[in-house]
Structures are given as structure tokens and as C-alpha cells.
Write a protein that binds this ligand. Structure first.
Ligand SMILES: Nc1nc2c(c(=O)[nH]1)N[C@H]1C(S)=C(S)[C@@H](COP(=O)(O)O)O[C@H]1N2
Ligand SMILES: [Mo]
Length: 551
């Protein structure tokens, strides 16, 4: 049989394709094992390390540029990256394996299955001893909730699938190529195939490039339009504080379509977590809550013991520190929980010198709050939300509630509570996010939405929500003329000072183009900050603005 000797380029290309195909399947299995059996997910660990290393400002800018889907797009890129690395390994291995121990020359140069298993072993060691420690997950994921054992077997299985599949595919490609070689016209077909490969690469590159440029241009233009409000005038008329604070203008609101409901149902409540692929599903029967550190008598609770602690009900609204002005990451619920301080009493008290309380979670998330904040009577360990057992997405079996500071500190899926005497920094603080994280007052126009067309002479309502954390709301004003004049809106008397406030202004507009702006004042008289700031590192500020056309 006349065999054509492959060029190095061709050997790499066929090895790459075999590696890529095997890698896509192995990656799929890895993600499935992660979701179903708590196996390790390398894309999540690598992706997590990248987001942690990224300065908060860049993270934030990317988030704004790409929008709400940033997390999904990022995961897709990292997953694709992993598949590409598998392809690359396949290509390099095919270049390097000529040794008779790995390749059986008698069988047309077929790679031995043992070579695939050997490759799996090398990959297993490299990811367990190099990659995982490098991304901060410890040797074989010792720091992860999947643990060393879970990481070892899941990585091993995924590696084996890759190694064996790679060898089979690579050999299959080779046999096919050899059969084709021996048919007439092989030279021509090879040349044509090479041209096609080049064309696909070039055209694909152009399409991706144009697409990316298009998205960037579109975001740039739309950001520019939204950002063009009369800021100089707003800041000039801005009084930081009104003394005495205005007396709230409570009244009955008309049902305005589009206005948020005062209580957000569990299935409509926003969810945010660091977890790129899946959130933890905690098994209540094996779950424990450790209370430890600078306390007299550390102890551990089971879920049944936790349920026996007397609870109280508390309405509280939550807002994510990544929420843009006017953004969706806000909600209000009725929670059942017990004061965090009850756990310290049970532990025989906090030792002198303690300064902070560290919360750790089943997804390896952590954050801390100052001891004084931890001892406030409204700081709760919550176990129910709107009358239901805490839903999995919102932190089952237990989460923290700390009114006045951002959602970031409301640690979900808590596994341990440690009192410490040093300045602990949590998961997001490594990126530069504010550690104290007090909520910056905000108001959102729920209706009408931007670019709505309204009919002249027809009565409608401008309505929305305002939130200050734990300082209440005394006044919300609306401007219809880009900040030149303001009108007071009617407030729905809020449930407590820890919740958001619904507001409304009836409006029968004349024909014209309007720039509608809202601003709030809290019960201490502090006025919402008009200076626009993006969420990183302290939370967003500025006034929500919508453009309305009336015809
Ligand atoms: N364990 C854990 N707790 C967490 C997070 C997380 O990633 N892991 N994310 C925090 C962030 S950034 C926010 S805004 C809130 C969101 O809570 P929700 O999903 O119930 O709205 O949870 C916080 N608690
Ligand atoms: Mo958040």
C-alpha cells in the first residue's frame, strides 16, 4: 500500500480535530458530573480565578458592555477555551507520538489504547497538582466542596474518556485518510480540502470580528444617548441633605400597570451568585452549621436543631451591589429567621478582642460583617422566605440577612459562622468591592419604560420604587423636564424602614418629548446622589432617567 507521509501541519490538524471532538464530549461529561454528582468543574474554577484576578473596574466595564448575559457568555468562552485546549493537546500529542511504545507501526501506525490511558494519567496529574492549586482550589481541589476524593474520581473519569476517545478518533481519521490516499485524484482533493479549511477559517474570523465590532458600536451608541442628561444642572441644584427631613406624603396609589408589586414572590425574586454553572443543592439531613472561632463554647447544629430556634418575621428588601441605577437586581420579601446573636449566646458569648464575623457557604463563598453589625437585632439567619421553606436558589437551608448593606453580604447556603479578631476579606473583596458595602439610595422608574410612546391628553402614571437600605424613604420627586423642576410623588406607606417604597405620580401629558427623572430622600433627609457611578466598587449612583415621546 502506498502511503503518503503527512506533513507536520496535517498531523497536527488531524490530531487537533480528534482532540477537539474528544474534548467536547469529555467537557460535557465534566459539566454533567458537576451538576449531578458534585464532581469538579474546571471551567468554573478557572473562570472563577479569572474573575477574581480581574480588577473590579474592568469586570464592571465588561459587564456593562455585554449586559445581563455576561455570566453566561463568559462561561461559554471558558468552556470553549477548555475544548480548544483539549484540541491543542490532541494536535501536539499526534506530532510527538512516533515512538513504537505508543504507536503500532504494524497496524498502519495506529496509536495504542495504552497511549490514551497514559495521556489521561498525565492530564490528571497536571490538573490536580498544577492547575487546581494555581487557581486557588488546592491540590486536587482540597479547598472545594467537591473535596479531594470527589475531584480525583471525577477528573480521572473525564481524563479517561478524553484519552481513550482521542486515540480511537485519531486512528479512525488516519484509516480514512489512508483509504482516500489510495484512490485516484487524491492529490487534487487534498489541495482542495486545504483551501476549504483556509476559507472557513478566514470567513469565520471575519464574521466573528464584524459581529463583535457591531455589538461594541451598538453598546457605545446606546450608552452615549442614555448618558446624555443634564448632569451639570442636576449637580448644581443638588442639596446633600434636607434638614429637617421632609414629612412623607403617604397616600393610596392607583394600580399602575408595570409598577413592581410591594412583595416580590419567590419565583420572581432576582437571584445572583458567583457560581458560573450551578448553585449548591444542600441535603438537609447531612448539613451542619458550625459556630466557631472567638466564642466561649463552639458548637455545631443540625438542620432539625436549627428549626427549633424561635424565629421572628421581618420584611426586608435586597439589592445587589452590581445593580445599575434602574436595574432589576432588587426585591422585597417577608423572611422568617432568628437573630444571629442568638447563636453567640448559645456559644456562651463572644470573646473580647473579636472584631468580625465570617460566614462560609456550601459553594465555597465567604464574606464577613463587622461584629457590631452582626449583633444588630435585625441581622438574622433566615430559614423561610414569603412563608415557604427557603428556596434552593435563595440559600436553602439558611442564609444571612443584614439590612442596610448590599446583597453580597447576605450569604446563602451557610455552613459555618466564625467569630474572628482580624480583618477578614470575603470572596468579592479580593476584587476590590467595598467591604462595608452600605447601600447607596436609589429610585427606579418602573413605568413608563424608556422609549415608550404615550397618547397626548390621556391620563397615565409615572411610578416606581425607591430604596435606601435601612434608612427608609421620606420623599420621591419626579422631573419631567430633565431636572429643571421637580414634583413630589405620592408614597405608599412602606411596611418598615427596611423595605423599598412604592411611589406614583399621575400624569396627563401634552404632546412633546420628555426626559423623566426620579430622585429620593431618606428619613434622615439625605438626598440621593445625582453623580453617576457604575456599580464597582461601591455600588451605583446617579438618577434613573427615561425618555418618553407623547403624540
Ligand atoms: N453562598 C453564596 N451566597 C451569596 C452569593 C454567592 O455567590 N454565594 N451571592 C451574593 C450576592 S452578590 C447577592 S446580590 C445575594 C443575592 O441573593 P438572592 O439570590 O437571594 O437574591 O446573595 C449573596 N449571597
Ligand atoms: Mo450581589
Amino acid at each position: 500500500m502506498q502511503t503518503h507521509t503527512d506533513t507536520r501541519q496535517e498531523r497536527f490538524a488531524s490530531g487537533f480535530i480528534a482532540g477537539l471532538a474528544a474534548g467536547i464530549l469529555a467537557t460535557g461529561v465534566m459539566l454533567l458530573l458537576n451538576i449531578l454528582l458534585n464532581g469538579v468543574s474546571l471551567p468554573e474554577e478557572v473562570g472563577g480565578a479569572i474573575t477574581r484576578l480581574m480588577p473590579a473596574s474592568i469586570f464592571d466595564a465588561l459587564h456593562r458592555l455585554i449586559g445581563a448575559d455576561a455570566k453566561r457568555i463568559f462561561v461559554a468562552i471558558v468552556v470553549a477555551g477548555q475544548c480548544a485546549v483539549f484540541g491543542l493537546i490532541g494536535g501536539l500529542v499526534n506530532l510527538a507520538t512516533t515512538h513504537p511504545v505508543l504507536v503500532n507501526e504494524k497496524k498502519n501506525g495506529a496509536m495504542r489504547l495504552g497511549a490514551g490511558i497514559f495521556l489521561a494519567l498525565i492530564l490528571w496529574l497536571a490538573s490536580g497538582l498544577l492547575l487546581l492549586p494555581l487557581v486557588g482550589a488546592g491540590i486536587f481541589g482540597a479547598q472545594l466542596s467537591s473535596g479531594t476524593g470527589g475531584t480525583m474520581w471525577s477528573l480521572g473519569l473525564v481524563g479517561l474518556i478524553y484519552g481513550v476517545l482521542y486515540v480511537l478518533l485519531r486512528n479512525w481519521f488516519r484509516i480514512r485518510e489512508q483509504i482516500e490516499e489510495n484512490q485516484p485524484g487524491a492529490q487534487e482533493r487534498r489541495a482542495r480540502a486545504k483551501r476549504t479549511r483556509r476559507d472557513i477559517l478566514r470567513n469565520g474570523g471575519i464574521i466573528v470580528g464584524v459581529g463583535v465590532m457591531g455589538i461594541l458600536a451598538w453598546r457605545f451608541i446606546s450608552n452615549g444617548i442614555n448618558g446624555a442628561n443634564n448632569l451639570a444642572q442636576l449637580t448644581k441644584n443638588f442639596k446633600r441633605k434636607i434638614i429637617p427631613a421632609p414629612t412623607p406624603n403617604y397616600g393610596t396609589l392607583q394600580p399602575a400597570p408595570g409598577l413592581s408589586s410591594e412583595i416580590t414572590s419567590n419565583d420572581r425574586f432576582y437571584t445572583v451568585s458567583k457560581n458560573l454553572v450551578s448553585d449548591p443543592t444542600v441535603n438537609a439531613s447531612s448539613w451542619h452549621l458550625e459556630v466557631k472561632g472567638e466564642v466561649a463554647h463552639p458548637f455545631t447544629l443540625t438542620y432539625d436543631e436549627l428549626l427549633k430556634i424561635p424565629t421572628k418575621q421581618q420584611y426586608e428588601s435586597l439589592m445587589c451591589i452590581s445593580n445599575e441605577v434602574g436595574g432589576p437586581y432588587m426585591g422585597n420579601a417577608l423572611w422568617d429567621g432568628f437573630p444571629l446573636s442568638a447563636l453567640f449566646e448559645r456559644a456562651g458569648g463572644v470573646k473580647t478582642g473579636a472584631t468580625k464575623v465570617v460566614l462560609r457557604a456550601a459553594d465555597d463563598y465567604s464574606d464577613s460583617i463587622h461584629l457590631s453589625k452582626a449583633l444588630e437585632p435585625t441581622t438574622l439567619v433566615a430559614i423561610r422566605m414569603n412563608g415557604e421553606t427557603l428556596p434552593q436558589l435563595h440559600g436553602f437551608p439558611a442564609r444571612l440577612l443584614v439590612p442596610g448593606i448590599y446583597g453580597m453580604k447576605h450569604v446563602k447556603w451557610i455552613t459555618s459562622i466564625e467569630v474572628v479578631n482580624y480583618d477578614f476579606r470575603g470572596y468579592w473583596q479580593g476584587q476590590g468591592w467595598n467591604d462595608a458595602a452600605p447601600i447607596r439610595m436609589t429610585s427606579r422608574i418602573d413605568t413608563p419604560r424608556t422609549d415608550t410612546s404615550l397618547k397626548a391628553g390621556q391620563k397615565t402614571y409615572i411610578a416606581g420604587v425607591a430604596f435606601s437600605g435601612n434608612k427608609g424613604i421620606s420623599e420621591v420627586d419626579v422631573s419631567l423636564d430633565n431636572g429643571a423642576t421637580w414634583q413630589r410623588t405620592t408614597l405608599k406607606k412602606p411596611i418598615t424602614a427596611l423595605t423599598w417604597v412604592l411611589w406614583e405620580l399621575p400624569w396627563t401629558p401634552k404632546e412633546g418629548d420628555y426626559t423623566v427623572i426620579a430622585r429620593a430622600v431618606d428619613l434622615e433627609g439625605n438626598v440621593q446622589d445625582p453623580n453617576p457611578a457604575s456599580p464597582a466598587p461601591d455600588g451605583s449612583s446617579g438618577y434613573h432617567t427615561v425618555s418618553i415621546t407623547v403624540r
